[in-house]
Design a protein. Structure first.
Length: 70
């Protein structure tokens, strides 16, 4: 700890960037779930039927972790 120094980072910017990236991953996963469904859900099923997956992935970045971003 004696050799470490404080480095200022943009917490809001990093949080938004991470949430957008994970939201994109959630969108892909939601599309996969929609395409593998046995019944015909339709194109909007990505948002209506399996849209919770997008929200879960988007919020997963907001959970604090120790030494995040190092």
């Amino acid at each position: 700890m004696a050799g470490e120094h404080f480095e200022r980072r943009d917490a809001i910017g990093q949080g938004v960037k991470g949430s957008l990236i994970m939201g994109g991953v959630g969108s892909i996963m939601s599309g996969v779930q929609n395409s593998l469904a046995k019944q015909n859900i339709g194109a909007l099923g990505v948002l209506t039927r399996t849209g919770g997956t997008i929200a879960i992935f988007g919020m997963s970045n907001a959970m604090p972790t120790e030494n995040a971003g190092d």
